[in-house]
Write a protein that binds this ligand. Structure first.
Ligand SMILES: C[S@@+](CC[C@H](N)C(=O)[O-])C[C@H]1O[C@@H](n2cnc3c(N)ncnc32)[C@H](O)[C@@H]1O
Length: 297
């Protein structure tokens, strides 16, 4: 990868920001239980291996509802603090209200675009659970994060590995691609989420991005975990029709997506049936725990 390829991305982030603040916020809120429990299986293991030290200053990037920011706040204790940032004001409002209700006094939140905004460092650590794959301009965003860290500070980001090892959203995507015409982001006036959940799946490419952004000692650890996508087959089908690449294909297809809805529901039901256990529908997921340092001490 060279800087020209990086420069090919667009600086205008208004479309993904509107998507996260409107349709995606609504959908994620509808399936909040699936998202927070499923994604937590990855972050819980990360925090078990890498607890943040007492007194640390931590930035939580693309913090969503702020549950990870609250957990980090407990780890760093009253002498430390956590700032959660997200480009979607609706997520920040929800995160602030939840933290206030929980009495989390060392956690604060702000609406900011990681690509361009002042992240108000210095921080000892930056963390992100599945928030960095949606950057239109990943290298400028990573450079901005690096500049907000103190010398020797560490970035940790949890990102999805390849599609094929993430059946929890990819099985539905493969099926929907066969049944619904795929409309590209360039062919629609509808808002969309940006590059998408698998844009940081390639360790070679991401380690190049990190190096160009000024990080060193990039490290990738694989972690696998089954995710419950619904208590019943119907729940799992509703989830797949709304969230992830399958949900986005159906939404962006507009009327064509609606016309094929019954066919898609029936086919998704068959896809999920073999994965039904006594306590819900469970499918494999797989992430990278990526860590990298800002040079210095
Ligand atoms: C898949 S959600 C993950 C949310 C949360 N970290 C979690 O694990 O539940 C991705 C989040 O990244 C945020 N996001 C995407 N692009 C961003 C950007 N450029 N700056 C800040 N936040 C961004 C979205 O608004 C969204 O809340």
């Amino acid at each position: 990868m060279n800087t020209e390829q990086v420069g090919a991305a667009t600086a205008d982030n208004s479309i993904p920001i509107e998507a996260w603040n409107t349709i995606l916020f609504e959908k994620f809120t509808r399936f909040k239980w699936v998202m927070t429990t499923g994604l937590s299986s990855h972050s819980d293991e990360f925090f078990r291996q890498h607890p943040y030290p007492t007194g640390a200053r931590v930035l939580d990037i693309g913090c969503g509802w702020g549950d990870t920011a609250q957990l980090i706040g407990k780890q760093v204790g009253p002498g430390g603090n956590v700032v959660g940032i997200d480009c979607a004001a609706n997520f920040i409002d929800a995160a602030s209200a939840d933290a206030k209700a929980a009495g989390a006094t060392n956690v604060s939140f702000a609406t900011a675009d990681v690509q361009t905004d002042d992240l108000k460092g210095p921080y000892d650590f930056a963390f992100s659970r599945f928030g960095t794959m949606f950057f239109n301009m990943p290298v400028p965003a990573l450079r901005n994060i690096k500049n907000a860290l103190r010398p020797g500070g560490e970035l940790a980001m949890i990102v999805w590995r390849k599609r094929e090892d993430n059946a929890w959203i990819h099985d539905a995507e493969m099926l929907v691609r066969k049944l619904v015409p795929v409309v590209s982001h360039d062919e629609t006036s509808q808002v969309h989420c940006g590059p998408g959940p698998f844009s940081m799946a390639g360790a070679d490419m991401v380690s190049d991005m990190l190096r160009i952004a000024g990080f060193e000692r990039a490290n990738f650890q694989r972690f696998d975990s089954d995710i419950c996508v619904g208590k019943t087959i119907d729940d799992a089908v509703a989830f797949a029709m709304a969230i992830g690449p399958a949900g986005e294909i159906i939404r962006l297809a507009g009327d064509e997506g609606l016309r094929r809805k019954d066919q898609v529901i029936a086919a998704l039901g068959k896809t999920f049936a073999p994965h039904l256990r006594a306590d819900g529908v469970w499918l494999p997921s797989s992430s990278w725990f990526v860590t990298a340092k800002r040079p210095g001490h």
